[in-house]
Design a protein around this ligand. Sequence first.
Ligand code: NAI
Length: 797
Amino acid sequence: MTAVTEILRTMDYGVAPEANDQVIAWLEKHEGRFLHFIGGKFVAPAEGQYFPVVNPARGNRLAECAEGSRVDVDKAVAAARKAFKSWSKLSGDARARHLYAIARNLNKRERFFAVLETMDNGKPIRESRDIDIPLVIRHFYHHAGWAKLIDSEFPGYAPVGVCGQVIPWNFPLLMLAWKIAPALAAGNTVVLKPAEFTPLTALAFAELCKEAGLPDGVVNIVTGGGETGALIVDHPDVDKIAFTGSTEVGRIIRKATAGTGKKLSLELGGKSPFIVFEDADLDSAVEGVVDAIWFNQGQVCCAGSRLIVQEAVAEKMHAKLRARMAKLRVGDPLDKSTDVGAIVADVQLDRIRALVEQGRAEGAVCYQPETALPDKGLFYPPTLVTGLSPASILAQEEIFGPVLVSMTFRTPDEAMALANNSRYGLAASVWSESINVTLDAAARVKAGVVWINSTNLFDAAAGFGGYRESGFGREGGREGLYEYLVPAREKTMKLETVTKCVFTTSPEVHESSGAPGVDRTAKLYIGGKQARPDSGYSYTVRDARGAFIGQAGLGNRKDVRNAVEAASAAGGWSTATAHNRAQVLYYIAENLAARAEEFKGRLRAMANATKKAAAEEVEQAVQRCFYYAAQADKYDGQVHSTRTRHVTLAMNEPWGVVGILCPNEAPLLAFISLVMPAIAMGNRVVVVPSPIDPLSATDFYQVLDTSDVPAGVVNIVTGDHDLLAKTIAEHDDVAAVWYFGSVEGSAKVEADSIGNLKATWVNHGRATHWSDPQEGQGREFLRHATQVKNIWVPYGE
Ligand code: NAI
């Protein structure tokens, strides 16, 4: 008799195909041709062009879809605009019912959507059935709840308007859900463009919206390629763009939207570290790697594509990995026991092959198991790459395929240096049995999502999104909703006429200073010290009547660079306790109060403010310092309710170095209103004070000096606001920039920020009433001063 162990050893997988007859029937019903979905109707493309949609696993054509032209996009935006009027006014409760109806209908057709997704994209049915579609449904249920709560949970906020949404092909329906559910919950209407490789589930979703009774024009789907996407991005009647895709296109979109006033969220590429410490449970870590890099063939923005493993266990880990890789089943995605499906399109397959070849040429060692690949379709074997230097192309570039690169480290510091040696910062996985080690790494890694002893976990209640060149903005959770809301007052804010500052460097100081021999030239303040401007020039500061009152340093690029260097070196401020920061801010408030008379005098001299107005501005500035001192340890994060046996910690983290360009008006109050929230949250700042009235900011040096503010936390460079804004916006070590000035200046800052895709907050030339506590102070400032990191911590056996 054959022993059971023998049977188990020799047993092979049979085929376990998922039935696709319903999807085939649906494709046949449409005679293989799909139109745009605009204003609740399926509409033929104005130019009559269609593009083919292919099943990447079998190579057969599934259908053809309409190619969106300018006319189609115009129609869709007009339909969304029309629908916005009533949709945004509908009660939250009514919007919630619509979202519930969508969720329920999706529930009923779960298997249909899973099969269609797999046929269109090539991902294993196991994943579309157990991960993608359940998460889609979860997103609609979760956001139905938000629709109900939006008024009470987000008082003072309004929907943005018409949202243009452009999504990629790796999670077609899931990305649609991530975009559409929060947009609708918040009262917006949308024009969404699915990726050209995978438009079919979006079109089936359009049918479902109709069945569910969603009002016409609330959701519009226009299909097409990058050019259609660009038409949506450029459309003047779109109020917000939400994009997921490559960093390269993200940059193009940032540039195209600069100065248009469109709100923007970008979820871009990644090269996420998967860090394994020597005390990790290696078998679990190996399964983690499978889910990190072979899930969806590695075509995942947050794929754990860089294994960073401690030297002592590296060989053991690699051996276990190679053994596991040999068991991965690559093949027909509709087979229920397939682990690795097809690559979405031939261009992507070519890209993966080319990158791996480049890596080989650089000396990388590639291991691929001897798994037989299907003869037809687009497949690439699971690959493990070793022998790389941290700078090599495979260690730096997003491959977007089933290719894992592995590097080793000796100490935790080295692990963090390797992990953060990337222009991206989307996600990270950390593996160790020690909670201290994992949480320390989670805090130090520059990534928007961190999974501890786990990987690729998602939930509608948790925010998802990146640091650095992985983009800005979050999707999911409370933090994600802000991307689809604006402070209601912004809708009515007036444009401000910005007075042009004239920078005269002539030495008239002596003729009118009235006090010969007294140098009244304010210097710059860099790294805790007063510094002469590199240019060697100062400019004349006049009062409101044009009379000379002093001089201020005319800062230049070099000064900004020095200031950024000083701010970068002051990293201790970001890791100091919130209590410590609060104490310093209280101290600032007290010292400013002690010098109130001096500051009032300065305001009276600079702006010819009345005695009362000057007194009020100084008092408000003091109060604002106290407010942010109080908030320093109170504007904290959340624990999101996601999965069972997980706590998901949403931490508010500082950006790092923030550039702040202050407006002309309210020279002391605006300066304080911008600098205090930024430093309260742990940022270090490079500030350009009001160019017209910089002297109350330069007087502030003494307050900083006497308040225990560590050197480099606040750096002040006076001079030409717009000129200095350029250097700050272009600087790669500045993580975020706030600009308050003209319409043109705002546009330039947004355009100049594309290098490292820094987050920008600009006023588009609109006037802020700094003295109004609703406008000049509050949580909105703190929100801009932070980025949310979601840390997933599992518990239990
Ligand atoms: P892509 O960024 O070109 O495409 C994503 C979406 O943007 C698609 O819907 C596309 O039609 C649209 N698009 C393209 N150009 C546009 C433009 N100028 N304006 C507006 N929309 C535009 O990504 P692609 O070419 O499909 O993939 C290339 C690489 O991008 C991949 O190998 C991968 O590295 C990365 N990628 C990253 C994704 C992520 O989730 N982070 C998703 C897809 C791709």
